[in-house]
Design a protein around this ligand. Structure first.
Ligand SMILES: [Mn+2]
Length: 374
């Protein structure tokens, strides 16, 4: 039997209103004391112990979505196009199903994606509290990745497509073949029988476009174009989206790019570039302006792998890695404590820039030697 629908709002903290310690969840008269994060007792939820990876994840997830009433939807820190687009589409699906969805992220939605339908619904929060049937984590390889406190007590539905994905949730659906988490949300939408609205289609198109670097990498295959066609048919506007994503850069981004390109180095199949925190300040650049800078190094003919290093204000180094085919940069990033995709990954290293550069070049040289010898 499904849990009775909670009768009043029970997720106030995320709305900036503090919760009391005792909450009434039923209107039967008796006050029910509930620990923050306790999930209503629905059988389907009890079925999945930590680490479950069901053979039919789509059916299992839809079953939970139908049984539950309210869901937290969350993605990783510094949300990218896939994080934002997949969260929004997931929220829209839940709403169509008559559920409540609270969308949260640790960081603000980057300006690039703020024009997406419903983007202002994603709230930047440090902590979540309150009653949810489940927290749906998109694109996270751990709870840590979300950088949102208070997630631990919930039932976790983990939806991820990264090579570094792990079964950290109660119910886990990891598909390395999917180009984006959005592609997986699209499959949920279709299987649910919900209508694929133009707003959903636009959000999902952005996830595919950005996670494949404009249909250039990230496991693009025939079905990626079938998906893009389907989303276009449902109302996504490929030209409009491309204009917003690729032709709407702030001037600061170009100034930063200039600084990075003046630090461009090449060693056979490797290319790397960096910016100091001073470069960031001088360019008036924001973190978002760094997005994609690494790809310029990868455009050089004969370059197999590229690295972009950015000095953070506190002196650590944010490293972005890319590869064309031969090198698995997700494995490299993971070995250093980061993560990502086979052809696009990232990690934060200790500074200074010179030391971080030597460290990553050592690893990349070794990976290239190994790839050549295969
Ligand atoms: Mn992704």
């Amino acid at each position: 039997m499904a849990a009775p629908a909670p009768k009043r709002s029970i997720s106030r903290e995320a709305e900036g209103r503090p919760l009391g310690k005792v909450e009434t969840r039923t209107e039967t008269g008796a006050e029910t004391r509930v620990e923050p994060g306790t999930t209503p007792a629905a059988n389907s939820f009890a079925r999945w112990q930590a680490g479950s990876a069901p053979a039919e994840p789509i059916a299992a997830i839809l079953d939970l979505l139908r049984q539950g009433e309210r869901f937290l939807v969350c993605s990783h820190t510094r949300p990218d196009g896939d994080a934002v687009g997949s969260m929004l589409a997931m929220g829209m699906l839940l709403e169509q199903m008559g559920k409540r969805a609270d969308l949260v992220a640790s960081d603000r939605v980057p300006p690039l994606y703020r024009t997406l339908p419903g983007a202002d619904r994603i709230r930047s929060v440090l902590r979540v509290r309150g009653l949810y049937d489940a927290a749906i984590l998109l694109e996270c390889d751990s709870l840590d990745r979300a950088k949102v406190r208070g997630l631990e007590p919930y039932f976790h539905i983990n939806i991820d497509h990264h090579a570094t994905g792990r079964n950290f949730g109660n119910l886990n659906w990891i598909d390395h073949e999917a180009t984006s988490a959005g592609e997986m949300v699209h499959r949920l939408i279709k299987a649910s029988g919900a209508m694929l609205t133009p707003e959903m289609a636009r959000c999902l198109y952005v996830t595919v476009l950005t996670d494949t670097g404009g249909f250039c990498y990230g496991g693009v295959r025939e079905r990626t174009f079938t998906l893009a066609a389907e989303l276009t048919r449902a109302g996504a506007d490929p030209i409009g989206v491309a204009r917003e994503i690729y032709f709407s850069a702030p001037e600061s981004k170009l100034h930063l790019l200039g600084a990075a390109l003046s630090n461009l180095h090449r060693e056979g199949p490797l290319a790397w570039l960096w910016v100091t925190h001073q470069d960031m300040v001088r360019s008036g650049a924001s973190e978002e302006d760094c997005e994609g800078v690494v790809n310029y190094a990868l455009t050089i003919a004969g370059v197999e792998s590229a690295a972009f290093l950015r000095e953070l204000p506190e002196g650590r180094i944010r490293l972005s890695l890319r590869s064309k085919t031969k090198i698995d940069v997700a494995a490299i990033a993971a070995s250093l404590g980061g993560g990502g995709h086979e052809n696009a990954a990232g990690v934060t290293l200790d500074g200074p820039v010179e030391q971080a550069t030597e460290r990553i070049l050592g690893v990349l040289r070794a990976a290239l030697r190994e790839a050549e010898s295969r």
